[in-house]
Write a protein that binds this ligand. Sequence first.
Ligand code: FES
Length: 248
Amino acid sequence: MTDISPPLPPRTFLETSRKDGWWVGPGLTGLGLLAFVVYTTWAGLVGTNYKWGPYLSPLYSPEFNFSWWHFSPAILVLWAPGGFRLTCYYYRKAYYRAFFLTPPACAVAARPQNYRGERALLLFQNLHRFFLYLALIFVVILAWDAIVSFDWDGRFGMGVGSIVLTLNALFIAVFTFGCNSLRHVVGGNVDCFSCSAANRARHKVWKFVSLFNAHHMPWAWISLFWVGFADLYVRLVAMGVITDLRIF
Ligand code: FES
């Protein structure tokens, strides 16, 4: 039967039937992301107090020391993990809602816009797969930094900073292993998982990655907070504002 009902009138911006506090989620998301971007932009540009003893701030890792580079070495680093997060499927949802209001929440009318699909600037989002490959390298680099943080002039030791940097490497790894693109790399493009030994092995890896993927949003926030905190910790110790407690 042909549907002869008239088309729905265009809804006005922010119009909704929702009675709950739908704006709390995108509001807090926007504040959290803004705080992180402001802090890491400052910490990344300042170019000082980013290492102390065996500790190196994750914002400056790997550490580059080029004589021809006259700006903060973090600039040479941050574009890669920054691009990874910027193009992440979860963060896209978060900042589309919080900053661009397209729409701000489920069942709330979006800001008027001329959506043309993933073209122009949105084409950039398709680079996520390539940022993932870089992010996997960063997982190894940050794990190495965590190991080095236990090396006190050739002797094994542990300070609070060692724990901070180890947790940072762990949280970044869990966030990265839950990436939707990684899930597709290991388990995508397969019609039959049980048809060959190789595909059965891929299925196992895919199930493993899916464990992390199921909680991608909380890990996005935990790892985001912790990477900023790890920088702040190393920075405050390097500045002499706090003293790193040596556990043994
Ligand atoms: Fe979030 Fe890939 S989808 S890191």
